[in-house]
Design a protein around this ligand. Structure first.
Ligand SMILES: C[S@@+](CC[C@H](N)C(=O)[O-])C[C@H]1O[C@@H](n2cnc3c(N)ncnc32)[C@H](O)[C@@H]1O
Length: 251
């Protein structure tokens, strides 16, 4: 019997987790150098005049980008007060509002937004189908959902378990295991017990179709050779996808 969804975890407000996360290059201004950023931005429609919602906005870089590139209004929603404090101080913009709320609780009138984006937050949400169905209602006809989330090949094994090593400790491949066992995987990421949700590729795509959205593009970015020149230690990131990016439209 399936378990009812648990209370959302607010791990980004855990001081030890936050201290570790803050060391990542993609945090703060480093977001501009994040490996998947170019692919994500390429999925956006023309932003001029759009009413946009950023789900799991974190420190606000993407919400700020949307407003700075023409969106008429942007609402950034996040569960973490620490992340929102950074957004309000570091990535404020006259057309951006930040609101503290769990994605599981967020509610808006029908057709409220022309664009809904979410960068690397959906793998924290247990009820994916429920959320994308609500997003579909919030979108105006012709509106677009663009999201990135951790790839099912990456979430099937905990990141620390994924690499298969030979006797000398060299990486020989990436293990995919328990692929069909969807649900929460607790991972040690700066602190123990960080909850992320594994879903299959079919669940991700069919969830959008079942919500009445038209899937327009799916991208599995890996670092380019050019990007790797500046990040040589990340070469193994070409061996399997870490993220999956999707654009879907409300007809
Ligand atoms: C990996 S960060 C991504 C932040 C930002 N979107 C970016 O791309 O830099 C994930 C964000 O999702 C937020 N988050 C996780 N679970 C959430 C939930 N259930 N409701 C709202 N926000 C959530 C976290 O607080 C965090 O700010």
């Amino acid at each position: 019997m399936s378990q009812p969804p648990r209370k959302p975890q607010n791990i980004y407000d855990d001081p030890d987790f936050f201290a570790g996360y803050s060391t990542l290059e993609r945090f703060g201004a480093g977001w501009e150098r994040a490996g998947e950023r170019t692919d994500l931005l390429a999925l956006f429609p023309k932003l001029d005049g759009l009413r946009a919602l950023d789900l799991g906005c974190g420190a606000g870089q993407l919400a700020h980008y949307l407003a700075a590139n023409g969106a008429a209004e942007v609402l950034g929603v996040d569960i973490s007060e620490r992340m929102l404090a950074l957004a309000r101080t570091g990535w404020a913009h006259p057309r951006v509002t930040y609101r503290r709320e769990a994605l599981e609780k967020a509610a808006f009138p029908p057709a409220r937004f022309d664009l809904v984006v979410s960068s690397l937050a959906l793998h924290y949400v247990e009820d994916y189908q429920g959320l994308v169905s609500r997003i579909a209602q919030w979108l105006a006809p012709g509106g677009v959902l663009v999201y990135s989330t951790e790839h099912p090949i990456y979430t099937a094994c905990l990141p620390g378990d994924g690499w298969v090593l030979d006797d000398e400790g060299r990486r020989t491949g990436w293990r995919v295991d328990r692929y069909a066992d969807e649900g929460v995987r607790e991972e040690h990421w700066f602190v123990p017990g960080v909850r992320k949700v594994h879903r299959t590729l079919a669940t991700l795509v069919n969830g959008l179709l079942d919500a009445g959205l038209v899937v327009e593009r799916v991208v599995e970015p890996v670092p380019s050779e050019q990007w790797l020149q500046d990040h040589p230690l990340a070469r193994d990131e070409r061996r399997r996808p870490t993220f999956i990016l999707v654009r879907a439209r409300k007809p």
